[in-house]
Design a protein around this ligand. Structure first.
Ligand code: ZN
Length: 315
């Protein structure tokens, strides 16, 4: 019996083009908090921008690698094709009107397998769903003036993986990662982590006609929550025992991580809840300045000079 049991989604990481447009869209338009300005630790001349709720709690986090010259990607199989956030049911119409008024590429609220959804695209074509969710007690971030707290995005709701075949992916999710199959609908099979709490759902769709191409506007990987390092180390051993090619434990500064691919090709990460985003700056100042891990700090000047502007007002 598997003992791996992620507590929900930890974060979703995607690829964007112009960083200043990325910051503008996810903070001013969608009202997420920019919780960290840092770089891609594996390619320090590239931004890594984190958005989330006030504290950057796991399951609220969306992150981007913005590469100004990245070509557009293509949605298809072998990738995560939708990132869904939860909003209160009575807020869906408000969001639709707001996004229309801001000239965002957005569709009217529609019913998808008993859930009401507003689908939108950012300027890179990244697909975001806002899902009406009853009973999501997370508070989100209410720091954006023209978004009333009652309408704020609460956090991640689910992701949709698009696969050529359902069964191999379903087998990994249920037999190895401890998720429960919670139903099949015309559009997707749904899997729930833990007790299916907020931000703990994975949908698997098989309706793609071609393989996806990972580039601008597509998801790079999704991460699941491990409560602590000891638990994650046990899960790593269990994945190895099951023949999964899992990486060593990587220090991502705000969490520790392991990575592996599911059978359809989507990159999975497991990330620890701790230490979180206040490890290198006070909560009130999250996301305001460039933060580097200790091993990159000696190169700060050179790194800062190579990064494109985020277009934020200077403090
Ligand atoms: Zn990640």
């Amino acid at each position: 019996m598997p003992t791996i049991a992620p507590h929900g989604l930890h974060h979703v990481t995607a690829i964007a083009s112009a960083p200043h447009r990325n910051v503008d869209f996810y903070t001013r338009v969608l009202g997420l908090r920019l919780i960290k300005q840092t770089v891609n630790f594996d390619a320090p001349d590239t931004w890594h921008l984190y958005y989330g709720d006030e504290q950057g709690n796991p399951s609220s986090i969306l992150t981007f690698f913005p590469w100004p010259d990245v070509p557009p990607g293509r949605q298809g199989s072998g990738m995560t094709t939708s990132t869904a956030f939860s909003v209160p049911p009575e807020s869906l119409g408000w969001w639709h009107r707001r996004l229309q008024a801001l000239a965002v590429d957005v569709y009217a609220p529609h019913l998808r397998d008993a859930e009401e959804v507003v689908t939108l695209h950012d300027h890179d074509g990244m697909v975001i769903d806002l899902v009406a969710s009853d009973g999501d007690t997370r508070s989100g971030w209410d720091g954006v003036g023209d978004i009333p707290a009652e309408h704020a995005i609460r956090g991640l709701h689910s992701v949709t993986l698009t696969e050529r075949l359902l069964d191999p992916t379903a087998a990994m999710l249920t037999q190895l990662l401890g998720m429960n199959s919670s139903g099949e609908s015309p559009s997707a099979a749904r899997f729930a982590m833990a007790d299916g709490a907020a931000g703990a759902l994975v949908d698997v769709s098989t309706n793609a006609r071609q393989r996806g191409l990972q580039a601008g506007g597509t998801v790079h990987h999704i991460a699941f929550r491990a409560p602590d390092l000891e638990t994650m180390t046990g899960w790593q051993r269990e994945l190895q025992g099951a023949g999964v090619a899992v990486t060593e434990i990587k220090d991502r500064r705000y969490f520790k991580s392991i990575y592996f691919r599911e059978p359809g090709g989507v990159l999975f990460e497991i990330a620890t809840d701790a230490p979180g985003f206040a490890v290198d700056e006070p909560l009130l100042e999250l996301g305001r300045y460039l933060r580097l891990p200790p091993w990159l700090e000696p190169n700060r000047q050179q790194i800062a000079a190579s990064l494109p502007s985020l277009g934020l007002p200077a403090d």
